[in-house]
Write a protein that binds this ligand. Structure first.
Ligand SMILES: C[S@@+](CC[C@H](N)C(=O)[O-])C[C@H]1O[C@@H](n2cnc3c(N)ncnc32)[C@H](O)[C@@H]1O
Length: 392
């Protein structure tokens, strides 16, 4: 971290959240990076996600799939319609979106269901959960037909699908490093001038356990992130469902790729105004912090919860299987050049291109009480073996 990127917490221009963190560290000693990240992102009123929906999108700090037009929501609506058929078209089909952010996906899915599957739309209830109060405010405005709730309020006994897009990459992570053959954990403490600073200490048991299980930071000087919070998050999502599916879309890799030499600095990044940096301790509450998901950990956690692994595929394949390209069947060639149509084709490229979102983003489908189900929307026609979705 460049030292000049982190203003000392005791300087008058240090933000209020930096000062609060410094108070905690003065009172009880250095904190784990996960604790720092938790407060930086989710502190009521001051945390990054508490403060408002304008932080995601063109005028904010980063884009997500719903910023590339309505295509992602339309493909998800198609996938949900297939799930509904497999579940026997229940009287009420619940769509439980966790980490629904600004509500753009909720809006697009409900609009698409209204057009493509009116019967399902009439039986669907859309519950959008988000940990950030600012995000919940934005979601209520953007998706008035969704019910916006705080985490834990969605209840249990639902039949339908739990959806989480870019939720797991926003969970607080622990950072570990290999020093003289031993694992150490990155902590956040104070320097002599009172500024937030990275320190190293013995690893917390939960971080050490995950690092050992998945081979994180194998080589001298390597750094990596592990996410003990993943298990509890997935458990909570699964507990809401009586029967149905969990669909998780996020960027990340299986453990052997995530902790490979190519990523020996880890995957943690700070996002501010569409610029990435490693100045994690700067602009506390003003920038996003995010790390890639360990999909091996996610699937292990799913197995421990008794969920069926239905698919692990890439976003490009999942979107194509759910009709992304059929949107461009256009009988009248004169209309191809209309600006709106060209824009939609370019947005599709953002979602599909292997160096944009197409390959780094994975789609995981899990089932609860639906074993043996094979969904067309998750079948990968190119896969030779493995679970329904095939290999990544
Ligand atoms: C990277 S944003 C993605 C938002 C949205 N899904 C999208 O794609 O635009 C992550 C979102 O997850 C929310 N979040 C993080 N942890 C959460 C939790 N435990 N329960 C519910 N929401 C959470 C954050 O507040 C934030 O809105």
């Amino acid at each position: 971290v460049p030292p000049d990127a982190v203003p000392p917490s005791n300087r008058p221009d240090a933000g209020p959240l930096t000062r609060r963190l410094a108070e905690e560290i003065r009172a009880s000693g250095p904190v784990t990076f996960a604790r720092f990240m938790e407060r930086a992102l989710y502190e009521p009123e001051l945390g990054y996600y508490a403060r408002g929906g304008g932080r995601i999108g063109p005028g904010g700090d980063f884009f997500t799939a719903s910023d590339a037009g309505t295509a992602f929501g339309e493909c998800l609506a198609r996938q949900l319609a297939e799930m509904d058929r497999v579940l026997g078209s229940p009287r009420r089909f619940s769509i439980l979106e966790n980490g629904g952010g600004r509500g753009l996906l909720a809006r697009d899915v409900l609009d698409a269901l209204g057009r493509m599957a009116p019967d399902l739309r009439s039986r669907a209830e859309y519950l959008l959960e988000d940990a950030g109060e600012g995000m919940r405010r934005a979601a209520s405005e953007n998706a008035p037909e969704a019910q916006v709730v705080v985490p834990g309020e969605a209840g249990t006994g639902h039949v339908g699908c739990v959806v989480a897009v870019e939720l797991f990459d926003a969970l607080p992570v622990h950072r570990v490093r290999r020093r003289a053959g031993r694992l150490v954990e990155v902590l956040v403490g104070l320097d002599a001038a009172g500024g937030l600073v990275e320190l190293e200490g013995p690893p917390t048991p939960e971080a050490a356990e995950l690092a050992a299980a998945y081979g994180a930071a194998p080589g001298e000087g390597d750094e990596a992130e592990v996410c003990p919070r993943l298990d509890a998050q997935l458990a909570r999502m699964a507990a809401a469902l009586e029967r149905g599916f969990l669909l998780i879309v996020d960027y990340g890799y299986p453990a052997d790729e995530l902790y490979a030499p190519a990523r020996r600095r880890g995957t943690l990044l700070a996002y501010h105004r569409h610029t990435v940096s490693e100045a994690y301790l700067a602009r506390v509450g003003e920038q996003d912090l995010t790390a890639h998901v360990n999909f091996t950990h996610l699937l292990d956690a799913a197995r421990r919860l008794g969920l069926d692994e239905l698919a692990l595929t890439t976003q490009d394949r999942w979107l194509i299987a759910n009709g992304l390209l059929e949107r461009f069947d256009e009988a009248d060639p004169d209309r191809w050049a209309e600006p709106g149509r060209v824009r939609r084709r370019l947005q599709a490229m953002t979602l599909l291109h292997p160096e944009r979102m197409g390959r780094t983003f994975k789609v995981v489908a899990l089932g609860k009480g639906v074993s043996g189900v094979r969904l067309v929307g998750l079948r990968d026609p190119l896969a030779r073996s493995g679970p329904a979705g095939g290999s990544v």
